[in-house]
Write a new protein. Structure first.
Length: 94
């Protein structure tokens, strides 16, 4: 069964009928005519840009954390002498 792209209550390809299956989910659309319309292409572009924005925001918050300082603080808070891992200026105890 062919699934059409539904835009504001109408099919993007212009087909009419009460028995036609339609969806707003872009991945489910199988109609080639619907896929070639400007409305479908714009919706796909908007979906892709939204996904990129979300991934950029996630990366920015992850890279902003200073994991070395957090690790030193964690080892300092532990009881007893703790050796820093390799790459932490001379293997000092904290």
């Amino acid at each position: 069964m062919v699934i059409h792209f539904n835009v504001d209550g109408h099919l993007a390809c212009g087909h009419k009928g009460k028995q036609l299956a339609a969806s707003r989910e872009l991945n489910r659309v199988k109609c080639r005519s619907c896929r070639n319309t400007d409305a479908y292409k714009q919706a796909r572009k908007d979906q892709r840009n939204a996904a990129r924005r979300m991934s950029r925001q996630g990366k920015a918050t992850h890279s902003a954390t200073d994991w070395r300082a957090e690790w030193i603080d964690r080892l300092t808070a532990m009881a007893g002498l703790q050796r820093l891992p390799r790459g932490f200026s001379g293997q000092a105890f904290v």
